[in-house]
Write a protein of this length. Structure first.
Length: 370
């Protein structure tokens, strides 16, 4: 009789412990990272051949046969200045994002659209603000890579930043070719966004990627703004959509963790280590390496440009391998690396640009033989 009571109590204790068990942490490193770096060379700073600016970000994307870089806050140099290192200082105007065509030389870009400033024209804003939605020229539009739908159409993810009023939401814009240049022709959603930042992840603000091995576009975003604790706010969540359906919100699929997988049309409402895919990585770039035959996420781990790998865009991701440690400019910081796949189709080398205090710097990593 005593043993039966003990067994019963043990069973209750076991059940209780199961109920109290924390959800699995799917952001922990899994598997072996195959990347081995032989050397990384600093190539220099990136400049434009048709204007003069200071800028940040520069996420790369392929559209209609050309590679483009999407930049964040783009500050105009003083009138007549052609070298940003010789700028006279002061505020001379800016746009909150701008698009440039990348050239064969990763140190040289060409702005896709310029204004009428003289004697030096400056880039125009890529994602337009809408005064009917309460937006102004100071409203931020943090965007990531152009994601092609077909030869004439692409989308771009962006995060609306209302400055003192906080983040609005994550949106998608339709991009079409006009006179050979990509132009935002429609912003989706009644207020210019689909995912309210207070209750959904900021999809696309961390990274966006067109999968070369499938028909999907993937996007990663940070936690909703209502998640304010230091640890929880740094988890990264994911969605995907078939490229052909990218302008239809009902077709988007949301990652609910390895246990539940993808759910079509069911936005994530549980923000835990189980439904997250990464933690604390910041903005970066996803890339499929034909050399290592694996997906890579390139980001900053502390002060290092680093790579983690995974068998699929949803992970699981390995630990990081460091490539390079930039020296930040005084008072500045380094962030947001962008991969330039067009520089080497074999994947034996990787060219990466990153922001160093409104300077875009470029490095080239050479991998060891497998």
């Amino acid at each position: 009789m005593h043993s039966l009571v003990a067994a019963s109590l043990l069973g209750l204790a076991s059940a209780s412990s199961v109920r109290r068990q924390s959800p699995p942490d799917n952001t922990q490193p899994t598997g072996k990272n195959p990347v081995s770096v032989g050397r990384t060379n600093f190539l220099g700073e990136q400049h434009s051949n048709n204007s003069c600016t200071h800028r940040d970000l520069g996420f790369t994307g392929l559209f209609a046969g050309d590679w483009y870089g999407l930049y964040g806050d783009t500050l105009y140099c003083a009138g007549g200045v052609t070298d940003p290192d010789q700028d006279t200082g002061g505020f001379n105007g800016m746009v909150r994002d701008a698009l440039a065509r990348l050239t064969d030389d990763p140190l040289t870009i060409e702005w896709a659209a310029l204004n009428s400033d003289t004697p030096i024209a400056h880039p125009t804003q890529f994602v337009p603000y809408n005064e009917a939605w309460g937006e102004t020229s100071s409203t931020g539009f943090g965007g990531t890579s152009l994601c092609q739908i077909d030869d004439h159409t692409a989308i771009v993810f962006y995060l609306i930043n209302n400055n003192d009023a906080g983040l609005g939401g994550a949106g998608v814009a339709k991009v079409e070719l006009q006179n050979g240049n990509p132009v935002v022709t429609k912003r989706m959603g009644d207020e210019g966004y689909w995912w309210d930042s207070t209750n959904t992840p900021r999809y696309g603000d961390v990274a966006a990627y067109v999968d070369v091995n499938s028909e999907y576009i993937y996007a990663w975003g940070g936690a909703p703004t209502t998640v304010t604790d230091t640890i929880g706010s740094q988890y990264v969540y994911q969605l995907r959509v078939r490229a052909a359906d990218a302008l239809d919100l009902t077709k988007y699929e949301y990652w609910w963790g390895r246990g539940q997988g993808w759910k079509v049309g069911q936005p994530l409402t549980e923000f835990t280590p189980e439904t997250a895919v990464m933690w604390g990585v910041g903005q970066g770039s996803t890339y499929y390496s034909p050399y290592y035959e694996t997906y890579m996420y390139v980001h900053f781990n502390g002060g290092d440009v680093a790579i983690r790998t995974a068998p699929a865009p949803e992970g699981p991701w390995t630990d990081d391998v460091s490539l390079y440690t930039p020296q930040p400019y005084p008072g500045g910081m380094v962030y947001a690396p962008g991969v330039h796949p067009y520089t080497d189709s074999t994947g034996e080398t990787m060219t990466i640009s990153y922001t160093n205090n409104n300077h875009i710097q470029v490095i080239k990593a050479t991998f060891n033989s497998k």
